[in-house]
Design a protein around this ligand. Structure first.
Ligand SMILES: [Zn+2]
Length: 225
C-alpha cells in the first residue's frame, strides 16, 4: 500500500518537472532576456585588451521570429548588418505560422478557452499546465519543445544553426535538421520534430551513423588497368 502512494508521489514529481520545463520554454518564447557577455576593450596604458562585462538584451523568440518574417531586424541604423535572407525568412514564417495554429488549437480543445493571440495563448498554456492530466501534460510538453526548438534553430542567423547532412529520423527529409547548443536542441524544419538533451542521444547516434564515412573498398584491390 506504500507503493501506490509512492507512485502517486513520483507522478507528481514528474509532472512538476514537465510543468516547469513548459514554463521555462514559454518564457524564452514570450519574454525578452539578457545575457552577460565580455567585450574586449583596448587598454593603452597596459598595451593589451581588457575584457569588460556588458549586458546584452535579446528580444523574445516570438519577437525574433516576427522581426525575421517582417524583414526588420533591430534598429534601422544598424546599417543592414543582419540583412534578412529569403530562406531564413521562409523558415521563420513556417515556424511562426505552425506555432500560431497549434497553440490556438490546444488552447481551444485542451483548455476549452477561446484562443487569443499567440503570446497570450502560450502564456495561458504554461499557466494552466499543472491542471492537465499526465497524458495531456506530456503532449503539451512535446508541442512546446517543438515550438521552442524550431524557433531557436530558425532565429539568430547571424550565427546559423548546424545543419548535419543527414535525413530526419521522423520524416526522412534530407538536410532539414538544425542543431543548436546551450541548451542543446535539434529540430526538423520540414516536419517540426524536435529533440532536447533528454532524448537527443537517439538522434546523435543517427547522425553519427549517417555521417560516418562509407566503407572504403578501393584500398583492398589494385586499381591497375
Ligand atoms: Zn522531419
Amino acid at each position: 500500500m506504500t507503493t501506490h502512494a509512492q507512485t502517486k508521489t513520483d507522478d507528481r514529481a514528474a509532472g512538476q518537472v514537465l510543468t516547469q520545463r513548459i514554463q521555462d520554454r514559454v518564457d524564452d518564447l514570450t519574454r525578452p532576456s539578457t545575457t552577460r557577455e565580455h567585450q574586449p576593450v583596448w587598454n593603452r596604458a597596459k598595451g593589451r585588451f581588457d575584457h569588460r562585462p556588458h549586458v546584452v538584451e535579446h528580444p523574445s523568440l516570438v519577437e525574433q521570429l516576427e522581426r525575421a518574417v517582417g524583414g526588420t531586424t533591430g534598429p534601422s541604423n544598424s546599417a543592414g548588418a543582419y540583412e534578412s535572407k529569403p530562406a531564413a525568412r521562409m523558415d521563420a514564417l513556417d515556424a511562426l505560422t505552425s506555432m500560431k495554429a497549434e497553440a490556438a488549437r490546444v488552447v481551444s480543445y485542451l483548455l476549452r478557452e477561446q484562443p487569443r493571440a499567440l503570446v497570450p495563448n502560450l502564456q495561458l498554456l504554461a499557466a494552466r499546465a499543472h491542471d492537465l492530466d499526465a497524458d495531456d501534460l506530456r503532449y503539451v510538453d512535446a508541442l512546446v519543445l517543438g515550438w521552442w526548438g524550431r524557433a531557436r534553430v530558425t532565429t539568430g542567423w547571424d550565427s546559423p544553426a548546424w545543419r548535419p547532412h543527414v535525413r530526419c529520423m521522423a520524416c526522412d527529409r534530407l538536410d532539414s535538421l538544425r542543431v543548436r547548443t546551450e541548451p542543446l536542441v535539434a529540430a526538423c524544419l520540414s516536419c517540426g520534430a524536435a529533440w532536447d538533451a533528454s532524448n537527443i542521444g537517439i538522434l546523435g547516434n543517427h547522425i553519427q551513423i549517417a555521417l560516418a564515412d562509407p566503407i572504403d573498398q578501393t584500398d583492398t584491390r589494385d586499381a591497375a588497368s
